[in-house]
Design a protein around this ligand. Structure first.
Ligand code: BEZ
Length: 403
């Protein structure tokens, strides 16, 4: 069951407001939102994130990262105070349209920040387009959001599914692997990441011998791990994240396959998960737009402040939330907090150049980040930088007509 939680600019006050009864059920049930944009009134940011289920920790870290950025600015962006409303989307595409309509239509938020799951994000993108609501995606990589469904009011501070996985094809080929099996959840993110990895791997001469998948968010991996042992590929590419990634990496090691068939993946396989994976994660190589030990001042400050605020080590999800705050700040700074000048807000956000903990961050015309993709290896309980697998990687934004 979806939950709406509200917290004002007093950052510690969180209370359960509503159940699912009485939801606005269709975009057509309201016209364009009429948010609280009077100067002086706080800008209302709606977090639509998973606060429960296999991606719960990811949602919390995005939320914490965004709030940290706002706190560092004294609680206001461009002079405009920020107020928060949260909805738990539970990573369920089937309730996503209702949840998004509730934030836009009933809560009258000015900006929606969400979400993690690609299928949920697709529903959010549709509502954002229909209602011209500003949407900042702080994780979900679904290619269409900054591809055929791109729009001036849609931004992403994370990655496209293509972007993080295509460079891994060459990395694995260069490591001597020629025949690879893939494994993932059967939904948009998994299928697109497997497709992008395959594109990069085949381009340099590799062969994908079998694609294995199970429904999201199932974690009964045993039959597929047995299949991998039978296939004996040179290596395996995997996409799992959150609780599913913890269990997969542990099960793979428990089956002894980590000794004979090297496991690689999109960096979500080991980001935010290493404490729970323990030794089974050691040595895993992945590609992502972040590494824990990136040695730049922005990352050092981010990690120190995040630890001080939450007691936890920052990860890619926290960085993406933090940068969503930074991106909104760019827009609001340009108009001195005047949200009614939204075209100028959008223009400034598209042109933003952010000194991110991940390194230089800018945006293409479709609103997707242009950023480095790093090869990392799990050592010393963290994802340590090995090399840059792709410099300033720009998603091709296939099908996007915004220029
Ligand atoms: C996705 O569904 O797009 C996704 C979920 C978790 C980590 C990365 C991507």
């Amino acid at each position: 069951m979806s939950r709406m939680i509200s917290s004002g600019s007093s950052l510690n006050r969180r209370s359960l407001l509503l159940g699912t009864a009485g939801l606005v059920t269709a975009a057509s049930a309201f016209r364009f939102p009429t948010p609280a944009i009077a100067q002086g009134a706080p800008l209302k940011v709606g977090f639509m994130l998973p606060y429960s289920g296999t991606f719960a920790k990811l949602g919390k870290f995005i939320d914490d990262g965004f709030r940290l950025y706002v706190e560092q600015q004294g609680g206001a962006l461009g002079g405009r105070r920020i107020e928060f409303v949260q909805v738990d989307d539970e990573s369920k595409p089937e309730t996503a349209t209702d949840n998004m309509n509730r934030l836009v239509g009933r809560e009258k938020v000015d900006v929606v920040v969400g979400t993690v799951h690609s299928g949920v994000a697709m529903a959010m993108v549709k509502v954002a387009r229909d209602t011209n609501t500003m949407l900042v995606i702080p994780n979900a990589g679904v290619n269409e959001a900054t591809g055929p469904m791109c729009a001036p009011n849609i931004f992403r501070t994370s990655f496209s599914n293509w972007q993080v996985c295509e460079p891994l094809g060459k990395v694995m080929f260069d490591a001597g692997h020629r025949k690879v099996a893939t494994i993932t959840w059967r939904y948009a993110a998994g299928q697109q990441m497997v497709g992008a990895f395959g594109e990069g791997f085949k381009k340099v001469g590799g062969t994908v011998i079998e694609d294995l998948a199970l429904p999201f968010p199932e974690v009964e991996f045993q039959a597929l791990i047995t299949r991998i042992a039978t296939l004996k590929p040179d290596a395996v590419f995997a996409f799992f994240a959150g609780g599913g990634a913890v269990k997969f990496v542990k099960d793979y090691a428990a089956a002894g396959l980590n000794k004979s068939i090297p496991l690689y993946g999109a960096g979500f396989l080991t980001d935010g998960t290493i404490p729970a994976q323990g030794e089974s994660a050691n040595g895993l190589r992945t590609t992502l737009h972040y590494a824990d030990d990136l040695d730049n001042p922005a990352n050092r400050k981010f990690l120190a402040d995040f630890k001080a605020k939450t007691g936890a080590d920052g990860d890619i999800y926290a960085v993406q939330g933090y940068d969503a705050g930074a991106l909104l700040h760019e827009g609001l700074k340009a108009v001195k907090g005047d949200w009614s000048a939204r075209n100028d807000v959008v223009r400034s956000m598209r042109a933003a150049r952010i000194d991110s903990p991940r390194g230089p961050l800018s945006f293409n015309a479709a609103g997707n980040p242009i950023q480095n993709i790093y090869l990392r290896e799990v050592r010393n309980g963290r994802n340590e930088l090995v090399s840059i697998a792709g410099q300033a990687v720009n998603d091709p934004a296939r099908g996007c007509r915004v220029s």
